[in-house]
Design a protein around this ligand. Structure first.
Ligand code: URA
Ligand code: SF4
Length: 247
């Protein structure tokens, strides 16, 4: 698979897990091959399966509003999923299905080589940080296998629980800040290992390939944010995702 189009074709031809049986269309993912920002969702839902495109249903509308709120859009980023075919009745993908599909996402990440990967929800968080809680992990810049990862809540979670929208808007603002910064803020050490965070090597600090930044101060006092539960939005808040930037 030498190009994103070849990955997409391989996905459309794929029968490597049982999910191929129920699909109307495979959903390889789409966006700019030169994207700095890559989003990874869970898997296609009803609308995505119908159209063969990622995030085109209600969660996609919210995602587009969030992208607009930071001055970008779906053509300038790349949007992919953990599994490329819709699980029946939108059930969770099985570990075996995620494993069978991993090769496509891995190759997409390699080919795009984004500056920042944003994981949407707990399944794609689990690809990089297995077993971690999305509520604890969200909104913190991380580093894994030489890639910078920023986990956020899944937009569908904010559709089910509108009080989480504010958290998503804030986390997208942080994404914009990360992309605009000359040097990356300190990354947070992986949780399960539980070691005291060391100063990250200088070559990990700058996602723009610029010369190494001045020595970092040790991230010893990285504070644990209260995980979710932002203050409830006032009633009458604008529910139109296109207007999210006004929140
Ligand atoms: N939810 C996802 O995780 N992915 C999609 O493409 C659509 C909804
Ligand atoms: Fe192949 Fe992935 Fe679809 Fe399974 S979900 S059939 S591995 S493309």
């Amino acid at each position: 698979m030498d190009s994103l189009e070849e990955v997409a074709q391989a996905v459309r031809d794929c029968a490597d897990c049982p999910l191929h049986r129920g699909r109307t269309n495979a959903v390889p993912g789409e966006g700019s091959p030169w994207a700095e920002l890559m989003f990874i969702g869970e898997g296609p839902g009803f609308h995505e399966d119908r159209q063969g495109r990622p995030f085109v249903g209600p969660a996609g509308q919210l995602l587009e509003g969030l992208l607009a709120s930071i001055g970008t859009n779906r053509n300038d980023v790349f949007i992919a999923n953990m599994v490329k075919c819709r699980p029946p009745d939108n059930r969770d993908p099985e570990p075996s299905e995620i494993a069978a599909c991993k090769k496509y996402l891995d190759r997409q990440i390699e080919l795009i080589d984004p500056k920042l990967i944003v994981t949407l929800g707990r399944f794609s968080l689990g690809r990089f940080f297995p077993g971690e809680s999305i509520t604890r992990a969200r909104g913190k810049l991380r580093e894994k296998d030489g890639r910078h990862i920023f986990p956020v809540l899944h937009p569908a979670a904010a559709l089910r629980r509108p009080e989480l929208r504010k958290t998503l808007v804030e986390d997208f603002r942080a994404i914009a800040d990360i992309l605009e910064a000359d040097t990356l803020p300190e990354t947070i050490a992986p949780e399960p290992e539980g070691e005291a965070p060391k100063g990250p090597p200088a070559e990990q600090l700058n996602i723009f390939g610029a010369p190494a930044a001045p020595p970092p101060k040790p991230p010893g006092n990285a504070t644990e944010e209260p995980a979710d539960a932002p203050a409830p939005e006032p009633p009458g808040r604008n529910d139109d995702p296109q207007q999210l930037s006004l929140l």
